[in-house]
Ligand binder design. Structure first.
Ligand SMILES: [Zn+2]
Length: 295
């Protein structure tokens, strides 16, 4: 695995590297599947797949302290893709006018929290970014805390819903986060998770240029199978899976692909990326996975 040692150009602070065992089954044997550069083009990262359970993860990865270097101050408010999915599926998977408690894990700038709050939910946000939490408090006047799961702020059985919109793939211990979410939910409570689908058509087509890789911020690269497995291991008995179209991810990916490829050129347009997105969804190979897991 030492082949993968990333370049260390332009270090503002030293990075501590963490070479890890499988985040799902603990297996030590894995195979490299993809090497790609980060969004700034500074460093190369390796994605490996566990030989036992099939989970794909970034390895080695910056450790919990070093990863901050890869989140610019304005990162949270630039998460353009956080909201549309929640808008569509939140109303299906959660009662529209909830009078219950909801925790948004990785709440970013808080737009989803604000919308659910307006629908009557008693909401609270959790995010690792101090800036994001400050914005949620000041801009929306809502409760939010800096941190991750498990968290000292709550005991068990205190939320009817926990949401994770494109945030689980960012954490160092996704199984630990899911187990903590399970404990926080009341019996019958629901966890809603959306993550990029590394098994989707766009991930396969664009490879190292796929927008959903977002290295090195994305530490786990889920497929429908590995997300289902991890939710099961976390304790959830009933898990409903579906997929979500993200045409803008296809457009971004096409934009990052070197010029000369006519297919990529076509997919830089709204029409082309829209068509590709619908086709991928029709073949159950869309860009994002969405799971509703009931305790
Ligand atoms: Zn494994």
């Amino acid at each position: 695995m030492h082949l993968s040692a990333p370049h260390t150009a332009d270090l503002r602070q030293p990075i501590a590297w963490d070479e890890c065992a499988c985040l799902l089954c603990g297996g030590a044997r894995h195979t490299p599947i993809l090497e790609a550069v980060d969004s700034l083009g500074e460093m190369r990262f390796l994605i490996v797949r566990c030989e036992r359970c099939g989970l794909a993860f970034t390895n080695p990865r910056p450790d919990r302290d070093s990863i901050d270097r890869f989140y610019p101050d304005d990162y949270a408010c630039h998460r353009i893709e956080r909201q549309p999915l929640a808008k569509r599926d939140g109303s299906v998977a959660l009662p529209k006018h909830g009078l219950a408690r909801l925790l948004d894990f990785g709440c970013g700038s808080g737009a989803f929290l604000a919308r659910m709050n307006a629908q009557g939910w008693n909401v609270v946000g959790l995010d690792r970014s101090e800036n994001a939490v400050k914005r949620v408090r000041e801009h929306f006047g809502l409760t939010a805390h800096v941190g991750s799961l498990p968290s000292p702020y709550w005991t068990s059985n205190c939320f009817e819903a926990v949401t994770m919109w494109q945030s689980l793939e960012h954490v160092h211990d996704p199984l630990g986060v899911l187990r903590a979410a399970y404990r926080l939910l009341t019996p019958g409570g629901r966890l809603l998770v959306a993550v990029p689908n590394v098994d989707g058509w766009a991930a396969r087509w664009f490879g190292a240029h796929w927008y959903g890789l977002d290295l090195p911020r994305h530490l786990t690269h889920f497929t429908p199978t590995t997300l289902h497995l991890m939710l099961t291991l976390a304790g959830f008995a009933r898990i409903d899976m579906r997929q979500e179209r993200k045409s803008s991810w296809i457009r971004h990916s096409a934009g990052m692909t070197p010029p000369g490829d006519w297919m990529a050129r076509a997919m830089r347009t709204r029409f082309g990326s829209g068509l590709a997105g619908w086709a991928a969804l029709a073949f159950n190979a869309a860009e994002s996975i969405f799971a509703v897991a009931t305790k």
